[in-house]
Design a protein around this ligand. Structure first.
Ligand SMILES: [Zn+2]
Length: 195
């Protein structure tokens, strides 16, 4: 595990086989996992410190959730779309607060029904701010991107944590500025912004 800040850690992503970063947050009476990746062995690197495990799945893509069978979390939070793939857990449709942890719906062009996790000035966003593929090209849904930006601005976190990103920890302002730059390229005649 790599320490990011105080009680916030990660088990980093792997490219072959593709497995997303696993966020680990020690939040008082529970250890929170944000995604579980696709490689069960990566999960065994996590010291639960004897705490109950609460798990949040960012979205339904296999590189984020495929290893779920290797653990038995006390609580499992996911979006409705992810629920269709997993078949169990608590569906999150609006922000929930458990102690100092906020789990929130994140409007996302990449995957409908994405969730983020905010704790202690850090917000895990998974692939939530990534583009999608439209007709073989990378694109953002214009309306959704506007909602993504609005949601990010509503968070108090100073840092955003992005899956697969070579710079996993990003300053909030930089990320929002990049997305606003993309959003500024929208046109009236297309529902998508190609990047
Ligand atoms: Zn994804």
């Amino acid at each position: 595990m790599e320490r990011i800040y105080e009680a916030v850690y990660r088990v980093s992503a792997v490219e072959e086989p593709l497995s997303a970063d696993i966020g680990v947050v020690y939040a008082g009476s529970a250890v929170w996992l944000y995604d579980v990746g696709a490689i069960p062995e990566r999960l065994s690197e996590i010291d639960t410190r004897g705490l109950p495990v609460f798990c949040v799945l960012s979205h339904f893509h296999p590189d984020h959730i495929a290893a779920l069978g290797a653990i038995a979390p006390e609580r499992l939070f996911l979006g409705a779309n992810t629920f269709k793939h997993v078949g169990r857990g608590e569906i999150v449709r609006e922000d929930i607060l458990v102690g100092d942890v906020r789990v929130f719906p994140l409007p996302s062009s990449h995957a409908k029904g994405s969730l983020g996790l905010e704790f202690g000035g850090y917000a895990f966003l998974g692939d939530g701010i990534c583009s999608c593929t439209k007709g073989g090209r990378e694109a953002y849904n214009t309306g959704v991107l506007g909602e993504t930006i609005k949601r990010l601005k509503s968070l108090s976190a100073e840092y955003f944590l992005l899956s697969h990103d070579e710079k996993f920890v990003r300053k909030r302002g930089e990320v929002i500025a990049e997305l606003e730059e993309i959003f500024s390229k929208r046109t009236k005649d297309s529902a998508f912004i190609y990047v």
